[in-house]
Write a protein that binds this ligand. Structure first.
Ligand code: FE
Length: 328
């Protein structure tokens, strides 16, 4: 008891974050939180799956207070494994629409990310495509670039389609996409955009923040590639364009729950949301936040209205469906 007298209160305030997001995409925000609150942030980054396994292994002794993940699927999985607890703060939860958080309030979205169709300006008429269903047409034979089924963004996209269109129709769509692939899936979303501009395909499916990042790259060659690319928001008269989220949850055994709540509140503040929208080109969760010029240039769109928890829970089924369709 006496010993604690000599420990300054400020240094005792800390929060341990396990992040499936890259350090560069989160560190500046965490530093700002520390300078505003005096709460030190200890950041561990890794793949989402690796961090979940680590927490399972650590059990009750896990130092993690908060997990941050780049997709709903992993948050749902962490919650199903019993690794999270109720965020338990009206101050935080009132900002988040019900579809963008867990039913039990064990995780929330922090940003939205959209996965539309991309094309090369001047080569494809964007008005000739209104739905992702169009991409299975014979006119797009050997013209589609998209990454592998092992990627969680595609698993989430398929899971959403299962919810909206049913399993059979989604399987037919996936088969149609596989049938029109320009090459067997490889690389990440940026690679699909690069391959398209290089002429390997005429259509790519990719998250918009990759294109935003390329447009603001320090490398002139990367910018030049991105400037040739246009965005098509599919299914605007139907179910809307697929979105995913980045989000966070407080861990079940969080040693610093109050500090984790403070960090979540901070990440939902106007300025933090703006930082995400301007630096990471992700869509804010709260209203009234200005988008980056790049996001604004892609235009407004209607998003799929899918419950993210249901989507995350269908992840394994989505993977099985893609396997059935021959999507590797
Ligand atoms: Fe990503």
């Amino acid at each position: 008891m006496l010993a604690s007298v000599f420990i300054p209160a400020v240094s005792a305030e800390e929060v341990n974050v396990y992040s499936g997001r890259q350090e560069a995409l989160i560190k500046p925000l965490l530093d700002k939180f520390t300078s505003q609150t005096g709460i030190k942030v200890n950041l561990v980054t890794g793949s989402g799956d690796a961090l979940i396994s680590r927490m399972q292994a650590e059990g009750e002794l896990s130092p993690a207070d908060l997990i941050i993940m780049a997709d709903a699927g992993r948050l749902v999985r962490a919650n199903q494994l019993g690794l999270l607890q109720d965020i338990n703060s009206d101050e935080i939860l009132r900002h988040i629409p019900a579809s963008l958080r867990a039913d039990d309030n064990h995780w929330i979205a922090l940003t939205k990310r959209a996965r539309p169709i991309m094309y090369v300006k001047g080569k494809t008429d964007p008005y000739s495509i209104s739905s992702i269903a169009d991409l299975t047409d014979a006119r797009f034979a050997k013209q589609i670039c998209i990454r592998s089924s092992g990627n969680i963004y595609n698993q989430s996209m398929i899971a959403s389609l299962i919810i909206l269109d049913g399993e059979q129709q989604t399987l037919e769509w996936a088969k149609g996409i596989v049938n029109n692939l320009a090459r067997s899936p490889k690389g990440g979303d940026r690679d699909q955009i690069n391959a398209m501009v290089a002429g390997e395909c005429s259509i790519a499916i990719a998250n918009t923040y990759y294109l935003g990042g390329m447009l603001t790259s320090d490398d002139p060659a990367t910018r030049a590639v991105a400037q040739q690319v246009g965005v098509i928001w599919p299914d605007q008269d139907a179910n809307g364009t697929h979105i995913n989220i980045s989000g966070a949850g407080i861990t079940k055994y969080a040693p610093h729950k109050a500090q984790a709540q403070a960090l979540l509140s901070f990440m939902l503040e106007q300025e933090s949301q703006q930082w995400y929208a301007e630096v990471n080109h992700e869509y804010p969760i709260i209203e009234g936040v200005k988008w980056s010029d790049e996001l604004a240039s892609f235009g407004q769109f209607d998003a799929q209205k899918v419950d993210l928890e249901t989507m995350g829970a269908l992840n394994d089924e989505a993977l099985r469906l893609m396997d059935k369709a021959g999507w590797r």
